[in-house]
Design a protein around this ligand. Structure first.
Ligand code: NDP
Length: 501
């Protein structure tokens, strides 16, 4: 293992937060540490120091000074730094993808093509947009006029989930920096590595010190950020309960909040669709990244007339999925992130059966030979049939490889049932009827949707959750709106119209 994954040579043996362009030893009286652990290999690579109150204070101070200067830079110059960082990420893709696979226990065959690439794309996209950030001109009576200015928010913070750590850091840092802000990013406690690597990459690209900082730690460190009066925005990716708690914490200092939360998304498959395509999408929407994807289409609604054929094919192809060592390029699924999460996902296998669903395949704890033999977090992908809308496995986010198959007869029925949830992150529809495809997408209450595909997330398309799945969003020009504030300026070209003598 050690030979296959190692920390970059410039890194300290015990990792620290990244503040002001350098490693920052924690100044807390009793330094707490946490391990960097891979659940698939059951191996700890190193440990890191948790950032406490003093560390956050120092980071806010450093970021405040740096941001004042950065906001004065020509936007095109800011963009150039981001685009250089994108190029460096491309050069370091192999090495960073291995770190990401280790940290998340997600297959290298994914991280090589998605994770670093996704952060790279965000840096490239917002690097290109930086010089276009501007306001509007609004004509007023008597030749007067008004204009708007898009200003940075100042010092902001980002808090990430553990499933896509580099993507999360990149999706937040790229628009934040392009718009002239500084950011303090707290990765999930399980997956700190690539957010730190991004710090080095941005520094090498010419980003001034203090603009991108990584605060290491668990929820308590996150709370130091979300409660800090010197931070003007929190961009959060994680679960709905944590998102609500953060909104409450952010309220005291009236921070702008951006929430990218969980989901229980519908994937709707009509009988006129190409069955192979629909099965491919269902597998991507349930097994990719070990099923640990916020937008996954875990409520699979299949029109009754094709349900049996669909299920046979899904079972046949799922049976060929190769579970194993995340660093082996043949591996298609690996271990879940940690034992606590594994136990939670397995509890839904029991609940599903207890509530009357039929477990068609999977849902078993398995062991994998070789380097992964000591891991207790491997499970086979699970397919439930005979599901009903009221079951726990259909209503609650599981965040693991558990698909629920539901049947429907009519378009009106499936839209109503698809919308019967508090979540509203994503939805997909498969049909060859072009009118129906657009009609259904217009009716589903979700922010990020697909017709005849699933889970694509290019940097230029807004990524957004509706209802309980989010506030604001990432990517596209929406990112510019979310990381700036508007100032309006009225310009009087005539006399002041005053009723007083
Ligand atoms: P959590 O909500 O448990 O944690 C998310 C982050 O918040 C972690 O960094 C966590 O730290 C931190 N945190 C926990 N408590 C607090 C607090 N009180 N104040 C500030 N920060 C806190 O989510 P998970 O990490 O378990 O991620 C899974 C969830 O994320 C799923 O619901 C998934 O759907 C959602 N998600 C949404 C995405 C989207 O784009 N909409 C994308 C990816 C995931 P720590 O790690 O120490 O717990």
């Amino acid at each position: 293992m050690a030979a296959r994954v190692k920390l970059p040579g410039s890194w300290p043996a015990r990792l620290q937060s990244w503040v002001g362009g350098a490693w920052r030893p924690s100044t807390s009286a009793s330094v707490q540490t946490l391990p960097v652990h891979c659940s698939a290999l059951n191996k700890t690579l190193c440990e890191y120091e948790v950032a406490g109150t003093e560390d956050v204070e120092e980071a806010v101070r450093v970021a405040t000074a740096a941001q004042r200067e950065w906001a004065r830079w020509a936007p095109a110059e800011r963009g150039r730094v981001l685009r250089r960082a994108a190029d460096i990420l491309t050069e370091r893709n192999d090495e960073l993808s291995a770190l990401e696979a280790f940290d998340t226990s997600r297959p290298l065959q994914e991280t090589l093509y998605v994770d670093i690439v996704s952060a790279r794309d965000a840096l490239e996209y917002y690097g290109g947009l930086a010089a276009t950030i501007g306001g509007e001109m609004i004509q007023q009576p008597n030749q007067s006029w008004a204009y708007t200015i898009r200003e940075p928010l100042g010092v902001t913070c980002g808090i990430g989930a553990w499933n896509y750590p580099m993507q999360s850091a990149g999706w937040k840092a790229a628009p934040a920096l392009a718009c002239g802000n500084a950011i303090l990013f707290k990765p999930a406690e399980d997956t700190p590595l690539t957010a730190l690597a991004l710090g080095e990459v941005l520094r090498e690209a010419g980003l001034p010190d203090g603009l991108y900082n990584v605060m290491l730690g668990a929820g308590e460190t996150g709370q130091l950020l979300t409660r800090h009066p010197g931070i003007s925005k929190v961009s959060f990716t994680g679960s709905v309960p944590t998102g609500k708690a953060i909104c409450r914490d952010a309220a005291d200092s009236l921070k702008k909040v951006q929430m990218e939360l969980g989901g229980k998304s519908p994937l709707i498959i009509f009988e006129d669709t190409d069955l192979d395509e629909a099965v491919s999408a269902t597998m991507l929407a349930n097994w990719y990244s070990n099923g640990e994807v916020c937008s996954n289409g875990t409520r699979v609604f299949v029109q009754a007339s094709i349900k049996d054929r669909f299920l046979d094919e899904l079972v046949r192809r799922t049976g060929k999925i190769k579970l194993g060592d995340p660093l082996d390029m043949e591996t298609q699924m690996s271990a879940l992130i940690n034992e606590k999460h594994f136990a939670k996902v397995m509890s839904y296998i029991e609940k599903g059966q207890a509530e009357g669903a039929r477990l068609v395949m999977g849902g078993e704890r398995v062991s994998v030979e070789g380097d992964c033999a000591a891991s207790a977090c491997f499970m086979t992908p699970a397919i439930f049939d005979n599901c009903t809308d009221d079951m726990s496995i259909v209503r609650e986010e599981i965040f693991g490889p558990v698909a629920s198959i539901l049947t429907f007869e009519t378009e009106e029925e499936v839209v109503r049932r698809a919308n019967d949830t508090d979540f509203g992150l994503s939805a997909g529809v498969f049909t060859n009827d072009i009118r129906r495809a657009h009609r259904v997408i217009r009716e589903v209450k979700a922010g990020t949707t697909w017709i005849n595909n699933y889970n694509l997330a290019p940097a230029e398309i807004p990524w957004i959750g509706h209802k309980s799945s989010g506030i604001g969003g990432s990517n596209g020009t929406l990112g510019i709106e979310d990381w700036t504030q508007i100032k309006s300026v009225y310009v009087e070209m005539d006399k002041v119209d005053c009723p007083y003598e």
